[in-house]
Design a protein around this ligand. Sequence first.
Ligand SMILES: Cc1ncc(COP(=O)(O)O)c(C=O)c1O
Length: 447
Amino acid sequence: MTPQTLADAPYCAGPKSKALFNEEQEYIAPGLQTIALYAQLAIDGGNGATLRDVDGKEYLDLVAGIGVASLGYGHPDWARAIGDQASKTAVGSFTSPHRVNFLRTLASVTPKGLKRCQLYSSGAEAVEAALRLAKSRTGKLEVVGFWGGFHGKTMGVMGLLNDGFKNDYGTMAPGLHLAPYPDSRRCPFGAQQPHDCGAHCLEFLREKLKRETTASVAAIILEPIQGTNGNVIPPAGFFKGVRDLAREIGAVFISDEMITGFGRTGRMFGCDHEGVVPDIMTIGKGFGGGFPVSGVVTNDETASAKPWSNPSGSSSSYGGNPLASAACDTTLQIILRDKLVENAATVGAAMLRRLEELKAKQPLIGSLRGRGLMLGVDLIHPKKQQSLDKAVCREIFEEGLKRGVLTMSYNPSLRINPPLVITAQQALEGLDLLGEAMQVVARRRSL
Ligand SMILES: Cc1ncc(COP(=O)(O)O)c(C=O)c1O
């Protein structure tokens, strides 16, 4: 993609943003997140759920860096903790007061028995570490994921991706399998009539494990809510059913809580909604409050499996360093102190109600779903009853930007996941602005 083709975005960011964006395009490698390419904003700062660009325009953020900015922007306690720590020491794997405090607090909020944590820097790195741990624990080799799943873009997990991200990269890591996922929007088996899709997928999974694996499955990995696929919530019982199947075949069950963890869904972890204790949870994104930190959380027995647990076996250069520990310790303390899990539940419920109201007036809105501050909206062509064309979606995104609301509405499978600090008033205003953007585009396009 050349700077010229990028510069023609119909939305006009302010002149200072535009100048910085264009200058950067001379040097930065292509492949940035779509939202950054489409918005072309240079960000100066932010406050709570609001971002401010270098031209001084403010945007209410319904994206949160895709579930990362749990505390929003410019949180003074978080900034102070990181600044203080940076002025002392930033790197090394020695014990630090923040790390001890974080690990102790984490163990008090995780599902029963999940008290051992190793820290990393990115989500994909943590998922890869979890897969190594599952292999250590079981002595088995294969891994099962799901259609629509997303666990990162490094080579060890790429084969677990559902979609185009893995195309044209050739052979994936051996021993990875994908099973159909009960997506409420379209049955993976093409059934038109209502049926128990969760049970059907579980039955299929059972057959798949029998017929397609070499009976050496180390792990089954599942997101409690599929984020990248559009914040898709599986039917009740599916998550537990997968855990039970994993148990039955002696595999480890991994709940990938990268987005669903630390309050996003209105409970501390996504698996809490089903009362399921996984063998391993992978965590990342929101618990660093924006600092790149991720982790593997498990029980004593699993954590002690070798070679994972050998000295230097599960470690990394940056994982759990003093700066990262200051960030995640402070973030978790703030989440608990300011009752952000509860805020996610109440504001999320209000947002879902407002989306239902908008849907009643706006035919571009198809199916809706949400748990806490993790909501999904399908944008559809009202006459064709198909996914809305991406060019039209992008217009909605741009009309939103004009009105000062930042969303992922450039995609017909629209994901809404604002910072956990968002107030009900901001959240509803944001949705109203999004509704206005849809209305303008629907009228312009005669939809
Ligand atoms: C569920 C899940 N797992 C893993 C990842 C990978 O995280 P990262 O981008 O930090 O590598 C993501 C990223 O979106 C994710 O949503």
